[in-house]
Design a protein around this ligand. Structure first.
Ligand SMILES: Cc1ncc(COP(=O)(O)O)c(C=O)c1O
Length: 411
């Protein structure tokens, strides 16, 4: 059975009718997880954050639903950097980078990112999502083939579709299957693209195996480590570095929206690849640059992440502690190796009730349901931050277990 959101998106019919259908369906029979999607934050993300529920109730909740893993949003240095840049450069960029949107702060950030990834050059995008559209449609053309891990982020699938290249998904993490698919591929333009850390699994891509396949089949390898940079690996250098093959990746892609808690995307690679993207990635060419104040805050967050290792150490300590607390209590966390801890529930209705009970108990979580994951693979997603205390996480594990028992998720 198609979900409500799929049914209201079916092809055909009048456009206005589809919008009215969704509005009336949501009013009469909203999906069970609907309230969970409409929480309003009344302040920036903190371990305990003030939230307004759809019923208008204001309450404080333990935040396990944010990607701001290092949680530097309120760091005094970050706020001060943004304030100073806003005073000097004003509010917005006003133009795409190639026209009049690039300041010396943008240049400094691109240089910093290239050094971080060990590449010659880097390029910024206004958002992680739009950057992937630009990169894939900028590099690939009809007649090329893009091999995509089935659990890759939607922006990679959308970018691949926009490029009009053939899109060949392979089963999650399955390098052997990918090898067979590459063997039977007759096109010259081949790209392998994978998330580094997978956002609904917390798993890590087998980047060393992907690099081997890239060499064997003369393909171009792109790793989108949106969730891995500044959160995973030695000094937060991400999944490819952790796998020991950083220099074999042709294009490192990342976002500032996860561990650093800001906004924007970036690509790092050889100068010729990045220069090519400057002209062909339409989401940078035709889109205004990031505001200088945002760039300044990102530069400062990266400096802090590099010079104050305690943030990453706390994040790792917290995620190890919380994963252990959950697995000891009988939860399957799908072998996550990142600050994203999924808890498979399966049935969507049960997942929604579980999540609402957690909201009532003061714990803010995310759910993974269609289209982010397959219908029978629905899951709760718990994101750990560096700023949580062990006590907060221990108490949360107890509450999640108590409610998990109620729904038969743990014995
Ligand atoms: C792998 C990956 N790439 C890109 C994005 C999009 O990033 P943004 O939210 O910064 O647009 C995400 C978001 O979750 C992601 O997980």
């Amino acid at each position: 059975m198609n979900t409500l959101f799929e049914r209201c998106f079916d092809p055909g019919g009048r456009i206005a009718d589809k919008t009215e259908l969704l509005a009336s369906e949501l009013a009469c029979s909203p999906p069970p997880y609907y309230d969970g999607l409409r929480m309003v934050l009344l302040e920036g993300v903190k371990p305990v954050t003030r939230v307004r529920t759809p019923a208008g109730v204001v309450r404080e909740m333990l935040m396990l639903g944010s990607n701001s893993f290092l949680n530097l949003n309120f760091h005094p240095g970050v706020r001060e950097a943004a304030r100073r840049a806003a005073e000097r450069f004003g509010s917005g960029a006003g133009s795409p980078p190639l026209y009049a949107g690039q300041t010396e702060l943008h240049e400094a950030l691109e240089e910093k990112l290239a050094r971080f990834c060990g590449t010659e050059s880097a390029l910024l995008f206004p958002s992680g999502y739009s950057g992937n559209l630009g990169v894939l449609s900028g590099l690939c053309r009809p007649g090329d083939t893009i091999f995509c891990d089935a659990s890759n982020h939607a922006s990679l699938f959308d970018g691949a579709r926009l490029s009009a290249a053939s899109l060949v998904p392979y089963p999650h993490l399955n390098a052997r299957r990918l090898s067979r698919l590459l063997e039977s591929c007759r096109t010259e333009g081949r790209m392998i693209v994978s998330d580094g850390v997978f956002s609904m699994e917390g798993s890590l891509a087998p980047v060393a195996e992907l690099a081997q396949l890239k060499r064997r089949f003369d393909a171009f390898l792109m790793i989108d480590d949106a969730h891995g940079f500044w959160a995973v690996g030695e000094r937060g250098r991400g999944t490819a570095d952790l796998c020991g093959v950083r220099d074999e990746v042709d294009l490192h892609y990342g976002t500032f929206s996860k561990a650093l808690g800001s906004v924007g995307g970036f690509a790092c690679g050889r100068k010729c690849v990045i220069d090519y993207l400057r002209y062909y990635a339409r989401s940078t060419f035709f889109s205004s640059a990031l505001p200088a104040s945002t760039v300044a805050e990102i530069l400062e967050s990266i400096r802090i992440a590099e010079e104050e290792p305690s943030h990453l150490e706390n994040l790792k300590r917290n995620r190890d502690f919380f994963q252990k607390a959950l697995t000891e209590r009988g939860f399957d966390t799908l072998n996550s190796r990142s600050p994203i801890l999924p808890v498979p529930v399966g049935d969507e209705e049960k997942l929604a009730r579980f999540q609402m009970d957690l909201f009532d108990a003061g714990i803010f979580t995310n759910i993974g349901t269609t289209p982010a994951v397959r219908a029978k693979q629905c899951r709760l997603r718990l994101n750990v931050m560096a700023t949580h205390t062990l006590e907060q996480l221990g108490d949360a594990a107890e509450t999640i277990t108590r409610l998990g028992r109620k729904y038969g998720i743990v014995p």
